[in-house]
Ligand binder design. Structure first.
Ligand code: C2E
Ligand code: MG
Ligand code: MG
Ligand code: MG
Length: 278
């Protein structure tokens, strides 16, 4: 009896692992040609200037609708693409698509588009070549592209990351620290980072209205960022109360479902056109 139960358990357990493993292999196999197969889309989520309520930019967010696997979310495929190195190929696609969006948006000259870079991208030669390629047709790319990197992308090799970020800054690109507060960067590291923007992670914004602790964290982060000369973005704003609170605290830019979910290029362009008419 005992042995049988053990056996069942082992069987069940290994079956679970197999399924997980197969899913991973499936994803990596199909993700490899997702770009060529026209299965990728880049959605845009508006970035709103807190004081004016105007759309001043957008974050580009990758979506994958696989012919074989159906819709797969970035939280599932991005980590796998990072582990396998496939992310470099996806990021090149994101860069090219973003440049194309910038060329075709009815946006004011001050508009900027933020794209997410993984740790591997930040240190890779591929981003150098794709940037050089795009700048040939678009010399002003640097004035319209913001590169978002997470604290964890920097913590793994701070010196190399700082060197690359400095290069990007010298070329005129804006650099943003994404998901701020969830990593382990020290204040000393923050001070050394050549960045222009800090994005407070959604985890601290979500319960802002009811959590005095989160209010303290967000308030002091905004103050610190401003003292370091950085612009502050709050991500994950979902209600009026949080918006009003963040406005009072002089948070510069807001992003969240309260304003808009990530939307298609056409919907975003219509939104911009609508705003320029008011
Ligand atoms: P992220 O860069 O921190 O992007 C913000 C995420 O929060 C997005 O999820 C966005 O849809 C979601 N979000 C925005 N406002 C709200 C809100 O008010 N409430 C809630 N609940 N969520 C909100 P998404 O698009 O699923 O992306 C998840 C993560 O996947 C991103 O986090 C980023 O780390 C990664 N990712 C997405 N696209 C790319 C990409 O092109 N390259 C890389 N390397 N990573 C990407
Ligand atoms: Mg981001
Ligand atoms: Mg984020
Ligand atoms: Mg995130």
């Amino acid at each position: 009896q005992e042995a049988k139960r053990q056996h069942d358990f082992v069987f069940f357990y290994s079956e679970g692992l197999d399924e997980q493993h197969l899913r991973k292999l499936d994803i990596l196999e199909h993700l490899d040609y997702a770009a060529e197969n026209d299965e990728l889309t880049l959605l845009l989520q508006p970035k709103i200037e807190t004081q004016s309520g105007k759309t001043i930019g957008a974050e580009a967010l990758l979506r994958w609708n696989s012919e074989k696997l159906g819709f797969v979310g970035p939280d599932e495929f991005i980590p796998l693409a990072e582990q396998s190195g496939l992310i470099k190929k996806l990021t090149q696609w994101v860069f090219r698509q973003s440049a194309s969006y910038l060329r075709h948006l009815n946006a004011p000259d001050s508009f900027s588009l933020s794209i997410n870079l993984s740790a591997i991208d930040l240190l890779s030669d591929e981003i150098l070549s794709v940037i050089a390629e795009l700048e040939k047709d678009m010399p002003a790319l640097n004035r319209h592209l913001v590169l978002e990197v997470t604290e964890s992308a920097i913590v793994s090799d701070p010196d190399a990351a700082i060197e690359r970020l400095t290069w990007l800054r010298e070329k005129g690109y804006q650099v943003s620290i994404d998901d701020y507060g969830t990593g382990y960067s020290s204040l000393e590291q923050m001070r050394r980072l050549p960045v222009t923007e800090l994005k407070i992670d959604r985890a601290f914004v979500q319960y802002l209205v009811s959590s005095p602790v989160d209010q303290s964290i967000v308030r002091s982060t905004i103050q610190l960022a401003h003292e370091l000369g950085l612009s502050v973005v709050a991500e994950g704003v979902e209600d009026t109360e949080s918006w009003e609170w963040l406005k009072k605290q002089k948070c510069d830019v807001l992003q969240g479902f309260y304003f808009s979910k990530p939307i298609s290029f056409n919907d975003f362009n219509n939104r911009l056109q609508g705003e320029s008419c008011d």
